[in-house]
Write a new protein. Structure first.
Length: 263
């Protein structure tokens, strides 16, 4: 979340020195489904929203490290002029915006093709940046199809990985997860802060959120499991779908929500 480039490079350097390697979506999916050997020091690094400065950072790090990542873009924002601001910023981010407004604009399709050439994967982060639970499921389906066709036309493939905006609490429902799976999304990510157990059993998958001023030592503690218990507890109280029993054309199996919740 608004990580200064110098701090982010420090994070990447620390992980690399600890023997971690950065992987793409295809290897990640095979690993979490148990179809290839699990590498305990594999990291799927993800960026949400799709800011222009990612291209500059990515290009530099790709040359310096064995670096790759996945960017989840907002369908209606790709190529949109002006700063891509989704919520109020902390002071350092606001100061950076004032100095480098051009870097806070959204990536366009040409930028995304460049990122692909550098080894990046691209997924969807919604048509607009709002909790999907606030969107009527039929309208959500229409948005998914529209964004998928746009990506197919621009990048040559339909997206199959989706990062839920906000990604926890009441920001999504089981019905919206079903719509994503039914439209071909094989991976769906939340922001429940824990590592992923392998093989994974349910969607959405958790992610570790790195904060703006997070020291490398704190980031490493989380990578080694410091926040797992809290993240798994929160995830257990949210809607989920079975990952293992789903296949294209088959209705996903619902996870029974613990008694006492209203979701």
């Amino acid at each position: 979340m608004h990580i200064p480039p110098t701090l982010f490079e420090t994070h990447v350097d620390r992980l690399s020195r600890l023997g971690f390697r950065f992987i793409g979506l295809e290897e990640f999916e095979l690993m979490i489904r148990g179809q290839i050997r699990h590498d305990k020091r594999a990291i799927l690094l993800t960026f949400d929203d799709g800011y222009k400065d990612l291209l500059l950072v990515y290009e530099r790090l790709a040359k310096k490290y064995a670096f790759r990542a996945t960017v989840f873009v907002i369908g209606s924002a790709v190529g949109k002029p002006g700063p891509l601001l989704l919520k109020s910023l902390d002071q350092p981010a606001s100061e950076h915006l004032a100095r480098h407004e051009d870097l806070w604009t959204a990536l366009d399709w040409h930028d995304l093709r460049e990122l692909q050439d550098l080894g990046a994967d691209v997924g969807m982060h919604g048509h607009v940046h709002s909790p999907v639970s606030a969107i009527d499921p039929q309208e959500f389906r229409r948005q998914i199809l529209k964004d998928s066709e746009a990506m197919k036309a621009a990048l040559g493939f339909r997206p199959w990985a989706f990062a839920l905006p906000y990604g926890q609490g009441e920001s999504y429902t089981r019905r919206h997860l079903q719509e994503l799976v039914a439209r071909g999304f094989r991976l769906v990510f939340s922001t429940h802060s824990s590592r992923i157990r392998v093989p994974a059993t349910h969607l959405p998958l958790p992610r570790l959120v790195v904060q703006p001023d997070e020291a490398p030592s704190v980031m490493c503690r989380n990578v080694f499991g410091a926040s797992d218990i809290i993240g798994e507890f929160r995830r257990s109280r949210s809607p989920e779908l079975s990952l293992q029993t789903w296949s294209p054309g088959k209705r996903p199996v619902e996870r029974r929500v613990p008694r006492g919740t209203n979701r």
